[in-house]
Design a protein around this ligand. Structure first.
Ligand SMILES: Cc1ncc(COP(=O)(O)O)c(C=O)c1O
Length: 502
């Protein structure tokens, strides 16, 4: 049904020119010669990026140099209009293809900025949270509890209690949760809304998963080993028990297979398998869901986790079409279709944040050029743990010709390679670079390795520029540590002298 040909790349790394790219009819230009051309070749609809008359990048109309001057570097820059555009596009993609209610639950694990959550709340987005921290942020950011789910395979009694007290739907993923539910219901005198998490293992997934997920035993065999969800046989007794529990309102099922493929056919395979499981469970138990929650993993068109340059994925409409068609085919029912819930994280927030960094030392040796920046893999840890590929633009010199490949490196004592063999104009200390797609799984994974404080963040909106995350200081890095009294005498406070340097 869908052509699972590689998406067309329009940007090629200096180091890896692909023949498929050179043959592509829409690969224009073949080799971007400037930052501006590079931006055009990888742009996606909701990017709020442009180049001004002076050749500088603008982010939602703001100059990176001015932002860094005022708020410091590195700096996470979040764009309100991009967040709203992404939310509306994914909501429309599903709502126009599914003839029952659609609830887009923002998965706050991708980026837990309260301001981001508040913008999405104002759009009417539901929420997916995991644990008390994310529940706090989801509610603090104004989400309607009736549109929120709590996930987790080792939920504590306190988490179940808090979710139930707020009227949040609990995606049950363990037998012990049933006892926690009984106790919490008795404590609060209210019923719990519950979905049961399923695990589906469609064999055809093995044909679609990315190279990066392939393994000797096959992807589906690995999926069986992951801790989340129940296969149909395991789910059946739980459905029966949940139906018997008076304090529970079983509303439906949840299933999240996650981010595994660019192919819409892979989404269709998962949705088809969910529909099959639902139908089989309906025949066995008489329970037909009012809600089907298909989880997250919806790919933005430019997604660093695909480990490649350029735009890699299809439009969200293609995934929505494949998913809804497979669900309808698989459910084959005269009963009203269930409400469809989805839990996108990366899709909504990925390109809504740009990380700005300032160039420091430029070092040339052994035929290579290293361009140090003051951001590092501390701020983008998925480079090291997930081989993410970020696009980096020369924000202050977008119209200057590329001079040759550079190694873009952070300043920590790790290799901290942000991008290898990347096209750049001849770099100079003081330049500013813009690292795109820093909205997903960056700040939430960040760390303070080498004692480096984490960056601040601003929001660009119709109200101008607002600080949404204060920059940390060295004091913040060490603030929660305690010196035992018996060591305090031998640890003089030389550090006080550093105060000025921060
Ligand atoms: C249950 C669940 N829902 C949603 C998400 C969000 O995924 P993504 O950011 O890929 O959309 C995740 C990610 O791990 C998840 O585990």
């Amino acid at each position: 049904m869908f052509v699972s040909l590689k998406c067309v790349y329009t940007y090629i790394e200096f180091a890896t020119i692909e023949i498929s790219t050179l043959l592509s009819p829409v690969a224009m230009p073949l080799l971007p010669a400037t930052g501006a051309e590079l931006l055009e070749s990888i742009r996606i609809n909701s990017d709020a990026l442009a180049v001004d008359a002076g050749g500088a990048l603008t982010i939602d109309g703001h100059a990176p140099a001015a932002l860094v001057e005022r708020y410091g570097s590195p700096l996470f820059v979040t764009v309100e209009s991009t967040l709203r555009a992404n939310y509306r596009r994914i909501h429309t993609a599903f709502a126009t293809r599914w003839p029952a209610p659609v609830n887009v639950l923002y998965s706050i694990k991708a980026n837990n900025a309260l301001a981001v959550r508040a913008i999405l709340s104002s759009e009417g987005a539901g929420g997916d949270c995991f644990g008390l921290g994310e529940l706090y942020a989801t509610l603090e950011g104004g989400a309607d509890p009736r549109l929120v789910v709590m996930n987790g395979s080792n939920k504590t009694e306190a988490e179940i209690d808090a979710a139930l007290a707020q009227g949040i739907t609990i995606n049950v993923d363990a037998t012990d949760e049933l006892d926690f539910l009984r106790a919490a219901c008795a404590r609060h005198g209210r019923r719990a809304k519950v979905n049961l998490r399923l695990k589906v293992l469609p064999p055809e997934l093995d044909h679609h998963v990315n190279e990066l997920h392939k393994s000797a035993h096959g992807y589906v065999a690995n999926l069986r080993r992951v801790k989340w969800g129940f296969v149909t046989e395991g789910a059946r007794p739980l459905v029966e028990e949940l139906q018997r529990m008076e304090c529970v309102e079983l509303t439906g099922y949840h299933c999240h297979v996650g981010h595994l493929s660019k192919a819409p056919d892979a989404s269709a395979a998962v949705a088809g398998a969910v529909a099959e499981a639902v139908s089989e469970l309906a025949r066995a138990t008489g329970f037909y869901p009012r809600v089907l929650d298909l989880g997250g993993g919806w790919a933005p068109q430019r997604d660093p986790s695909f480990r490649e340059a350029g735009r890699q994925a299809f439009g969200i409409e293609d995934y929505a079409a494949a998913t809804t068609a497979a669900l309808r085919d698989g459910l084959r029912t005269d009963a009203p279709l269930p409400a469809l819930w989805i839990e996108p994280g990366r899709y909504i927030v990925g390109n809504a944040v740009v990380l700005l960094a300032r160039v420091g030392t430029v070092k040339r040796d052994a035929g290579l050029c290293w361009m140090h920046v003051d951001a590092s893999t501390n701020n983008l840890p998925r480079i090291e743990s997930g081989h993410f590929h970020y696009t980096v633009l020369p924000a202050t010199r977008m119209n200057e010709s590329f001079a040759g490949p550079v190694e873009i490196v952070g300043s920590t004592c790790f290799r901290s390679l942000i991008g290898g063999a990347r096209p750049m104009p001849a770099p100079q200390r003081g330049d500013i670079v813009a690292i795109l797609d820093a909205g997903m799984y960056a700040e939430v994974f960040s760390n303070q390795f080498n004692g480096v404080p984490r960056p601040g963040g601003v929001l660009l909106s119709g109200y101008g520029v607002d600080e949404i995350r204060q920059r940390e200081t060295i004091d913040d890095v060490f603030r929660l540590q305690r010196m035992p009294a018996w060591l305090a005498q031998i640890a003089p406070r030389w550090s006080a002298a550093l105060g000025e340097a921060q």
